[in-house]
Design a protein around this ligand. Structure first.
Ligand SMILES: *[C@@H]1O[C@H](CO)[C@@H](O)[C@H](O)[C@H]1NC(C)=O
Length: 408
């Protein structure tokens, strides 16, 4: 095999392999957990990032789910039909197996970004930047949601305001490990990953940078996860920003139906998923992604196409257990910001101000003890994926101003 063939194959496995040394270099920092770290620019182009994988050892309580994921599409669809049937007993049946222990060591892909101006002196980052934002993506998305393209990059907006960000791929997603999609990739194991990342960020264990403050920033299922952290570990985050979320799951089923989930390994449009076992699901069509995540015509078509081309997976293991994380974070006393697209279909049925402001309801429902600096924001004209809409930069500004107003 000649070297260019090797690079082409290797880059299918790891997209960082084969990048030229003009844009990337190895990091000299070795006394940390980051495996094969790479330094390069953000997709938006205005941040410098170090990325790689971290092996995290989990030992957490999950559910022994009595469900064996089928390969046949008719059986996949039937599972969803039975899950959403009006008198469904599907969840009761498959969760009757009781608690399980989820343990093992899994590689988690992380990307730590900071303002480009400090790139010449990576080692000074720990002393110059005090606050890092931990960015948790939503279902069927990955870390790239936070850094889609120039102008559509929350990573760059945060960098420009002097914050570091850590985006990552959740367990079972993107460049992170893909263990058993039903018994291992569950809400509790994903929560354990997020909680461990907070500890690593405070302890200088990711590329040697230690941060005084950690802000949890979520989108959609990532907001549910971030909120789950504030319930279970109320001192993890100094502040949280939850986007694409509400206290009502009434229209979630509608959008999951629009996805028309198929086994990712059977998707002719996504050959990168061919090796995944049955149970890793992905959207059948671009139209389903538009229906759930976008509000036409208030977005850039190229950004939409980029997201469709980069669509990721979700598992029934997560779908069935995520709701179990939802409980008021009664002990979280920091500031909270809830941000929703005006026309969010997933969590607001297409209008976040009807019949009353759903962001305000979420704030008072989930955060009864949040500090006075808490607030809500409606992203004008946006659908569920606020970062991908034309009002994205306005939302980013509002999120940054919220943190600054709260002394972070
Ligand atoms: C996992 O945690 C349980 C208790 O929560 C403990 O009994 C068990 O030894 C742990 N397993 C590992 C592999 O650390």
């Amino acid at each position: 095999m000649n070297s260019s063939t090797f690079l082409r194959i290797a880059s299918l496995i790891n997209p960082f392999i084969g990048l030229t040394s003009a844009t990337t270099s190895s990091c000299s920092n070795t006394n940390d957990f980051l495996t094969n770290p790479i330094v390069g620019p953000s997709t938006g182009g205005r941040s410098t990032c170090i990325s790689g994988t971290i092996p995290l050892t989990l030992n957490t309580t999950g559910l022994n789910i009595l469900y064996s994921p089928p390969q046949a599409q008719s059986a996949v669809t039937e599972s969803l039909v039975e899950l959403f049937q009006s008198d469904s007993s599907f969840i009761a049946q498959v969760t009757a197996g009781g608690p399980s222990t989820i343990s093992g060591t899994y590689d988690i892909f992380v990307k730590l970004c900071h303002p480009s101006s400090s790139s010449s002196d990576l080692d000074s980052l720990s002393t110059s930047i005090k606050t890092v934002q931990l960015l948790t993506h939503g279902a069927t998305l990955d870390h790239t949601y936070w850094d889609i393209a120039p102008g559509y990059s929350y990573v760059d907006a945060a960098s420009a305001a002097g914050y570091a960000t850590l985006s990552y791929d959740q367990l079972g997603v993107g460049l992170s490990a893909h263990p058993d999609p039903i018994q291992t990739v569950q809400a509790s194991s994903q929560l354990a990953v997020t909680h461990q990342l907070v500890s690593l960020l405070r302890g200088a264990d990711i590329a040697g940078y230690a941060f005084e403050n950690v802000v949890g920033v979520g989108h959609s299922a990532g907001s549910t996860l971030t909120q789950g952290v504030t319930t279970r570990y109320p001192s993890d985050f100094d502040a949280v920003i939850l986007s694409g979320t509400s206290a009502s799951a009434a229209t979630v089923a509608l959008t999951v139906a629009a996805f028309n989930f198929i086994n990712a390994n059977a998707d002719p449009a996504a050959p990168q998923f061919k090796g995944l076992p049955a149970g890793f699901l992905t959207q059948q069509s671009a139209a389903g992604i538009q229906f759930a995540f976008y509000r036409y015509p208030n977005y850039d078509e190229a950004v939409f196409e980029e997201q469709v081309a980069n669509k990721q997976t979700n598992t029934l293991g997560v779908l069935l257990t995520l709701g179990g994380l939802v409980a008021p974070s009664t002990e979280f006393t920091g500031p909270v910001q809830i941000v929703n697209g005006q026309h969010d279909m997933v969590f607001c049925g297409g209008n976040c101000l009807y019949p009353t402001d759903q962001s305000e309801v979420a704030l008072s429902t989930f955060y009864p003890a949040a500090s006075k600096g808490s607030q809500t924001y409606i992203a004008a004209g946006a659908g569920h994926c606020i970062a991908a809409h034309e009002s994205g930069p306005d939302s980013f500004n509002e999120m940054i101003q919220f943190l600054q107003a709260n002394g972070l």
